[in-house]
Design a protein around this ligand. Structure first.
Ligand code: AMP
Ligand code: MG
Length: 297
């Protein structure tokens, strides 16, 4: 498997202008799976996932011990694209003590009374830890761009192209600041098709145990599908940077999504110069003395 090639397929090169319609939401796009049938593909993806989750457990321990970097993972997607289940799977390889998940909903009145990045700043992972954002400050250039009436409490001004460009600029600067302070940022857009969303909505309606996941308001957002795709495209094009790249992950088959996301996370951690803290001569001496004290008890 040529991992780099496979990651390059989903990673959006900074400066490159992507079109979402060029990205396959299914499983065939990833070269690795192209020559396999669906069952083989699923098996292969699960094997990658298991290996990665095992590696992730170790890498996280090292991240924690090293205590210089933190990892921020951002998930954005349309409803029913599989954010929750991807987070659940990725988390299964992580020690809960070293990880926090934050889900961002409609901002509260207090949050609306601050700059749009404020509520996210407060939830960033500390050094040595992994933070997962289930939705993020990107909602402020996605749902808010599709529904500009959500812009509240700001001084008057035009809400045209330059308004959004300023927000992208702010986001890039914010992420740059974080990266310069030791944060690794990985952003995932789970790319689901409109057809698969319908199938998953139907399941939510038909299966009583899934009813709670459906909200009638989700249909109104589905109605604005094309506007959302435009907003995603613009946001991804403006904010995929060297220091905080976007990944467009096929999301019509969950096993593909899980495998790719886990793979990218472990590869990024592996690329860091993580090491266990060095024990000095003096510390070694103290350890030897402690051992002796215990032995002599
Ligand atoms: P869910 O993730 O399904 O629980 O839904 C959370 C909802 O909160 C989604 O419909 C988001 O679009 C919405 N949301 C998140 N951030 C914002 C924001 N800044 N302004 C308005 N709505 C938001
Ligand atoms: Mg929802």
């Amino acid at each position: 498997m040529n991992k780099q090639k496979y990651i390059d397929l989903v990673r959006v090169e900074p400066g490159k202008k992507i079109h979402l319609k060029d990205y396959d939401t299914g499983w065939a796009q990833t070269e690795e799976f192209k020559d396999l049938d669906k069952d083989e593909s699923k098996e292969h993806a699960n094997a990658i996932l298991e290996q990665n989750l095992a590696d992730l457990t170790q890498m996280q321990q090292l991240l924690y011990a090293d205590d210089r970097y933190s990892l921020l993972i951002v998930f954005q997607a349309m409803d029913a694209a599989g954010k929750d289940s991807t987070i659940k799977h990725v988390m299964s390889g992580i020690n809960p003590q070293g990880c926090q998940v934050f889900s961002f909903k409609k901002p509260s009145i207090e949050e609306l009374d601050h700059n749009f990045l404020w509520r996210f700043m407060k939830s960033l992972p500390e050094r040595g830890r992994i933070g997962i954002f289930n939705r993020s400050y990107y909602e402020d250039v996605l749902v808010v761009k599709v529904h500009p009436e959500l812009i509240q409490n700001l001084p008057d001004g035009k809400r045209g192209k330059s308004f959004w460009e300023c927000r992208y600029e702010d986001i890039n600067a914010f992420e740059r600041h974080l990266e310069r302070n030791g944060m690794v940022i990985l952003k995932f857009f789970l790319n689901v098709s409109k057809k698969t969303q319908k199938k998953r909505f139907m399941e939510r309606l038909e299966r009583p145990e899934k009813n709670w996941k459906f909200s009638v308001a989700d249909l109104a957002e589905r109605d604005r599908w094309d506007d959302y795709m435009d907003a995603y495209e613009d946001a991804i094009n403006a904010t995929s940077t060297e220091w905080a790249p976007w990944h467009i992950v096929p999301a019509d088959n969950k096993w593909v999504t899980h495998a790719i996301v886990a793979d990218i996370i472990t590869s990024s951690l592996r690329a860091l110069d993580l090491k266990f803290p060095e024990i000095t001569e003096t510390q070694l001496k103290l350890l030897a003395e402690a051992r002796k004290t215990l032995e002599d008890e």
